[in-house]
Design a protein around this ligand. Sequence first.
Ligand code: EPU
Length: 422
Amino acid sequence: MDNIRIEGGSTLSGRVAISGAKNAALPILAAAILGDGESTIRNVPDLRDIGTMARLLRHLGLDVSRRDDHHVLDIVARPVAHDDAPYELVKQMRASVLVLGPLVARYGRARVSLPGGCAIGARPIDQHLKGLEAMGAKIELEHGYVIASTSGPLRGAEVVFDVPTVTGTENLMMAAALARGRTTLVNAAREPEVEELGRVLNKMGGHVEGAGTDTVIIEGREGLHPVDHAIIPDRIEAGTFAVAAAATGGDVLLAGISIEPIEAIAHKLRRAGVEVRSEEGGVRVRGHRPIRPTNLTTEPHPGFPTDMQAQLMVLMCLAEGTSVITETIFENRFMHVAELQRMGATIEVRGRSAIVRGPCVLNGAPVMATDLRASASLVIAGLVARGTTDVLRVYHIDRGYERIEEKLAALGAAVRRVPGAA
Ligand code: EPU
């Protein structure tokens, strides 16, 4: 597996093009199951998770091809050959569960491996199942698989989520798009990626209102048609580069994204003394010293995203004082802490909070994390550390960041990919 080797100490400057959003692309690719014919999805990031979803769709019987410009995917949907998401694929990517809603809505049956334990916590799918059941599906668990089936079309229903769930809301929006009658999703996730899926379902001939708010109303349709759509920019990739710019005292233009989807991140960065402002063509981030300690608590959108918690923690290691970072979404999302401690950070975990005592001097070290965003935080730590940092098992970063080492190198970082043993 490849590693990323970083010589710390560079200051990032220049312009970085933000790729399409992974977490918007994944449900949109799954939505292709809902209508026959050829869809074209543009601005798709070239990532391992997208490759996994493409393999899953091919397994089901859809044709998925990438154009020479790797960011355009053509998907030909036709009646599926299989109705299952096998363990092999679900264990690589939990978001494979996104085919559950479309398959049962369109074909009356889906068999999806349970995701099981995952690096960032238990992550159950009970809310997805509760919603499908309310819509008339029969749910059985067998040999580690969920089997959802229905003899006729799904029926519209009111579903009140116990917790706002992103992929749960998306799964039920897709199921409801082909259900008979109206579905109301209450306490729905409000993430921009959910809103984007609503836009796409409407372009496919669906009727979705309120996506991006806590109440989503879907009027079911008999059929949907293919779509040509360009994916929104990735707010988490943008946030990650913003923190990298701030931590190195740099000056970077995040090109192609506007301030709105990253407002919660920008707000915390400004509190830490970082300049973040809209500019022609993107958002400019300028790091300044001293970095001010800043408390943060992860929350569902529009609160501070859990997917940016690890990266902000690195910035807080550099701050002049103590910050408290509280993770409320996932119970096991502090895997980066032990690695940051090995680099010299002073962080104490107390339950769901991490107390970060800055400023720390970070020293390069071989480090590894088992989660995508934790790995990204270690890359940022490597950029500000003294000496060489090897981030091992880059597999995780490749799941969600498109050629991160090339983008960082273009901004002036001393970063390269070191091919590992196969
Ligand atoms: N939850 C339940 N029951 C459910 C579903 C969720 O209890 O049926 C709980 C989870 O355990 C968690 C909370 O609800 O405590 C929120 O989880 P959610 O379902 O929203 O997470 P997800 O849909 O599995 C998506 C993103 C994650 C991101 C989270 C939170 C995709 C493909 N994944 O996951 O992205 O962290 O929302 O914003 O959209 C990443 O990109 O690195 C990543 C992990």
